[in-house]
Ligand binder design. Structure first.
Ligand code: NAG
Ligand code: NAG
Ligand code: NAG
Length: 229
């Protein structure tokens, strides 16, 4: 082997080592919170050491400077704190004593969605959390017309985030073919979805409108009866 390829091999081995060491860090954890709820962003040290008098930082890694909680020896340093997080963060002193640096974020907003990092500089320990924010609400079914053999139903659900999908199901859980889903986005960034379906009365007695959102794993549904008299 010539010098150059020996060198390359060494570089490769060193890189592999670096990658391996790096990947020993816990992978980014995804946390889902609903709008207005309180959420705990987890951060645990590898060993339960007392961190109650260590410096620590929580930051949004997509904002500069993205500090949302910075603590010196004993108290929070508010100077660098992102304004939208003021008054909405809390750490438990008792938990810090046992290596639990989890941060509670109150009254989650849509703008809180993003990547977060927890860092204890003196220990060189950090961990990452990605917060996903969702919003959901129960749909409402209205009978638009009910004559002879057919019923026309409308389902509407307001206050969703991100954009959900709307499904109509019959009593056996089969998908019904319906009109297109109309989607509106309000000034508050929340989505309203609605759709109409025409049902032959002799076919089904229990119709379900289900609204669901996969990223946030939210699903809400409403049933209507009396379509087969
Ligand atoms: C209607 O269907 C839904 C699920 O498809 C079920 O949860 C509900 O109990 C049913 N209602 C009646 C009265 O059968
Ligand atoms: C999604 O929600 C269902 C019902 O609420 C729950 O059983 C399931 O564990 C959730 N899945 C994930 C990945 O959070
Ligand atoms: C449609 O009208 C019939 C007869 O008045 C009634 O029994 C039934 O419940 C109605 N269906 C719905 C979905 O309102």
């Amino acid at each position: 082997m010539d010098t150059l390829s020996t060198f390359s091999l060494w570089t490769f081995v060193l890189c592999m080592d670096f990658v391996k060491g790096y990947s020993q860090e816990a992978p980014t954890k995804q946390i889902v919170a609903l709008l207005g709820d309180d959420v705990v962003l987890p951060c645990f040290l590898k060993s339960p050491v007392d961190t109650s008098n260590l410096q620590l930082e929580w930051a949004r890694t997509d904002l500069t400077p993205g500090f949302i909680y910075v603590r010196g020896k004993l108290e929070e340093n508010l100077e660098l704190k992102q304004p939208s997080y003021v008054g909405r963060t809390s750490l438990s002193f008792d938990k810090l004593k046992h290596g639990d640096v989890s941060l509670t974020l109150f009254k989650v907003k849509l703008s809180d969605e993003g990547p977060y990092r927890c860092l204890i500089p003196q220990l060189g320990q950090r961990s990452y959390v990605h917060l996903i924010v969702g919003s959901a609400s129960t749909p409402v079914i209205k009978v638009m017309s009910n004559v002879s053999s057919r019923v026309v139903l409308q389902c509407e659900s307001a206050g969703w985030y991100p954009e959900p999908e709307l499904l109509w199901l019959d009593g056996e859980g089969n998908l019904l073919s319906a009109g297109p889903t109309e989607t509106l986005r309000g000034p508050d960034d929340l989505y309203t979805v609605s759709s109409r379906v025409t049902v032959e009365k002799r076919h089904s007695n229990n119709i379900t409108c289900r609204v669901q959102q996969r990223n946030t794993n939210q699903s809400r549904e409403t049933h209507v009866h009396g379509t087969n008299h």
